[in-house]
Structures are given as C-alpha cells and as structure tokens.
Design a protein around this ligand. Structure first.
Ligand code: NAD
Length: 261
C-alpha cells in the first residue's frame, strides 16, 4: 500500500468526487479525515465503513470550509490527532447557474468563498507543517471550467480559473520543499452537483433526464461518457506517489477530451 503512514484531508468528501478520492487513499493505506455536510447517521456509516473496509484511521469533521477560521482549526485538529497532515485535497465545491446580469451577489460570494478562497486558506494552513516534515502533496480539484468557460457559470468559472492560478503560484514557491501542488480538471462526473443541473435542465426543457444527459455530455465532451469518482481517486493517488514527485504546478485534465478542441 503506497500511502501507508500518510494522513490525508479531503474536503467535501461526504459525497461524489471527494468520497471517491478518500476511498482511493484509504485503499492505499492512508489515514483519512473526511469533511463535508449531510445526514449525520449516513456520514457516520461512511466513516466507520471506510475505516473497517480498509483498516485505516478515518475521522470526520463538519467544518464549514467557507469560514477561514474553521479551515485553520481543522488543519490544527488533524495535526494534533493524527500526528501530521501530508496530503491536502481541496475538493469541496458548489455550483449555481444564471446569466451574469441576473447572477445573485450572494451566490457569487458563496461560490468564491467555497470554490476559491477555501483553497487559499487550506494551502496556507497546511504548508508550514508540510515544510517542516519535508514532504507534502496538495491537490486542488479545479475543473475543465478552470481552463475554458461555459455560459451561466460566471462565479464557478472565475473560481476554477483562480484555483488553477493559485496552484501554479504555490507549486513555484514550494518546488524545492518536497511538496508538489497540482490541479485536477475533471469534465463531467455524475455526482449530486451534476444531477441537479440535469434535473433543472430536464424540467426547463420538458424532456426526460436520459435525453438531457446525452445532450449535456456531447455538447462539451467529444467522449460521450462520464468520468467516475473512482477514476479521479486513482489520479489523486498517482499524484501522491513517488512516481509523480516531479509533477507540479500542472492542471491535469480528465475530461473525455473537453478542452482538447
Ligand atoms: P458534490 O455535490 O457531490 O459534493 C460536494 C461536497 O462538498 C459535499 O461533500 C458537500 O457536503 C461539500 N461541501 C459543500 N460546501 C461545503 C462547505 N462550505 N464546507 C465543507 N464542505 C462543503 O460535488 P462533486 O461533483 O463531487 O464536486 C466535487 C468537486 O469537483 C467540486 O470542487 C466541483 O467543482 C469539482 N468538479 C465536479 C465535476 C462534476 O462533473 N461533478 C466536474 C469538474 C469539477
């Protein structure tokens, strides 16, 4: 198990991509701190189930990562309870869609806080400990929307482009500290975040979800197929491995060819 002895925090890991990444790390022997919202009983089932299945320590924190002080406290809690924090995956993210002139200010502030500012605060909080230990992996979950735009997603696209930029800055600064910083840029992954968009569009266009799903995929991706949380997890494991120790500052696409054209 390649990550035995490492400790990973995956923000937003009670669902979707984050859950897939947390499980992939646990399968490689890393201790995990889960984070995110949801039904308390379901989260405890996930926490205990992951710990039992993979034989690793798994914690859970309901910290709201849109609040900088809660990010700082979460990192301190992990370093105290787990002894270190070696891998940070800034994954939690939210979406809201509307044209720019109708985009609610509150949604702009919320998306920038969760999708962009939390990435900054998370990196800032973990870097001192990683530097001290001389090893670290920071993986920021950006998006194809960190590289190209789509209409009606002004806050999300701005935040994800910002994540790619912040990733590059941190990578340059930490290049000789044993710490790599990369961004993963997924195309469509079928998670609650995307299911909501599919449902909203099916309702708006009066079509069934299956028809909308096909249109949704092929409008953006040459490959008419979702990537899976397991595939994103496998990429995160690779980025955390010694094989990837000289990969840094890179946005890595896993997107069915979305940004190739
Ligand atoms: P999801 O809705 O399934 O999961 C989001 C997670 O973030 C949940 O665990 C939720 O509880 C958590 N979260 C939300 N706000 C939070 C907060 N303030 N504090 C702590 N946790 C919070 O979404 P997903 O599709 O798995 O998305 C994960 C990441 O992947 C996001 O950054 C998203 O932008 C990115 N992404 C998703 C896709 C896709 O197609 N699904 C594509 C590209 C990028």
């Amino acid at each position: 198990m390649s990550l035995k002895g490492k400790v990973a925090l995956v923000t937003g890991s009670t669902s979707g991509i984050g859950q897939g990444i947390a499980e992939a790390f646990a399968a490689e022997g890393a201790a995990i701190m889960l984070n995110g919202f949801g039904d308390a009983a379901e989260i405890e089932k996930l926490r205990a189930g992951t710990a039992e299945k993979f034989g690793v320590k798994v914690g859970y924190s309901g910290a709201d990562i849109s609040k900088p002080d809660q990010v700082v406290a979460l990192v301190a809690e992990i370093e105290k309870d787990f002894g270190s924090l070696d891998i940070l995956v800034n994954n939690a993210g939210v979406q809201f869609t509307a044209p720019v002139e109708e985009f609610p200010d509150a949604q702009w502030d919320r998306i920038i806080a969760i999708n962009l500012s939390a990435v900054f605060h998370g990196m800032k909080a973990v870097i001192p400990g990683m530097k001290k230990r001389g090893w670290g992996r920071i993986i920021n979950i950006a998006s194809a929307h960190g590289l190209v735009a789509s209409g009606h997603k002004v806050a999300y696209v701005a935040a994800k482009h910002g994540v790619v930029g912040a990733t590059k800055v941190a990578a340059i600064e930490l290049a000789n500290d044993g710490i790599t910083v990369n961004a993963i840029c997924p195309g469509w992954v079928l998670t609650p975040l995307v299911e909501k968009q599919l449902d909203d569009r099916a309702k708006a266009e009066g079509k069934d979800v299956a028809t909308i799903t096909q249109a949704f995929l092929t409008e953006k991706q040459p490959m008419a197929k979702f990537s899976t949380p397991e595939q994103i997890g496998a990429l995160a494991v690779f980025l955390s491995s010694d094989a990837a120790s000289t990969m840094t500052g890179t946005p890595i696409s896993i997107d069915g060819g979305w940004v190739a054209g």
